[in-house]
Design a binder for this molecule. Structure first.
Ligand SMILES: O=C(O)CCC(=O)C(=O)O
Length: 262
């Protein structure tokens, strides 16, 4: 059964979680007031932005507020949420955590960003995760990835060889590397023969202008929908039959020779 996805490419108020919860709620309300949406996607660090020096103060303790918010949205609008990532303050530090909640309001999975991006000082303020991003919704296996993770094809492959049919990417990807964003996302879709559903943020913060250009790419590498650089919500439909067809036509998973790869 095809699934309709809504990607919320929002601007993020720097270091202001309260404001960002209001923005997200309004956008979720707007996108759910039209056609039936199955899955909503939010961007990376959407409650705080990259206000890293204040994380101790503004990070969400055990992501409690964010999880409660996502559960409330999921039940109110009967929608699954790949609820973006947030600064998540645990006992052993602050993590960049992606949260998935299903349309019954159940917490399905959390994934802590594995690869920390040194160019934006993440390694100085955040802890690296240690577990996979696989999760299941509507009887399909998906994977959640965060921004810089897409530069590590082996990490995405770890998930596609375990059966992921779509990769959800949440990001705050800066404008100067827009060409990398597009090329990497398309490459990940083609080489893993899966959908790539990528949600970037819009706007700017004191250090960066962000690229926007959220998109949905099919398993053949075709872009189905793509946002501009501006704040917007884009919708598209994915059909897992297409994943089966492409994987049958060019059976790369059967043809792999992992014994030769280091
Ligand atoms: O890899 C890049 O160029 C951007 C990565 C990034 O912005 C992030 O991981 O937050």
């Amino acid at each position: 059964m095809p699934l309709t996805i809504s990607i919320i490419q929002m601007d993020i108020a720097f270091g202001e979680p309260k404001k960002n919860f209001l923005i997200a709620e309004q956008k979720i309300n707007e996108t759910c007031s039209g056609e039936k949406i199955d899955i909503i996607v939010l961007p990376e660090l959407w409650t705080t932005g990259y206000d890293l020096t204040r994380l101790d103060e503004i990070a969400d303790k055990d992501a409690e507020n964010t999880i409660a918010f996502l559960k409330r949205m999921a039940i109110s609008y009967n929608v699954h949420l790949v609820g973006g990532s947030v600064a998540n303050k645990k006992k052993n530090g602050v993590f960049n955590t992606l949260i998935i909640v299903n349309n019954k309001g159940e917490l399905i999975h959390t994934y802590d960003k594995l690869h920390l991006f040194q160019l934006m000082d993440e390694h100085l303020y955040l802890q690296s995760g240690s577990a996979e991003g696989l999760f299941s919704l509507e009887d399909h296996l998906f994977a959640g990835m965060i921004c810089y993770d897409i530069r590590f094809p082996e990490w995405i492959r770890t998930h596609s060889t375990k059966g992921a049919e779509a990769i959800f990417v949440v990001a705050e990807w800066p404008l100067p590397r827009l060409a990398h964003w597009k090329s990497l996302l398309i490459a990940r879709a083609i080489e893993n023969q899966c959908y790539v559903i990528a949600c970037n943020r819009a706007g700017s913060d004191p250090n960066n202008i962000f690229a926007g250009h959220s998109m949905i790419i099919d398993p053949w590498g075709e872009i189905l929908v793509e946002a501009t650089q501006n704040t917007s919500t884009i919708c598209g439909t994915i059909d897992m039959q297409k994943v089966k067809e492409v994987r049958k036509m060019i059976p790369i998973f059967a043809d792999r020779k992992p014994e030769f790869y280091s």
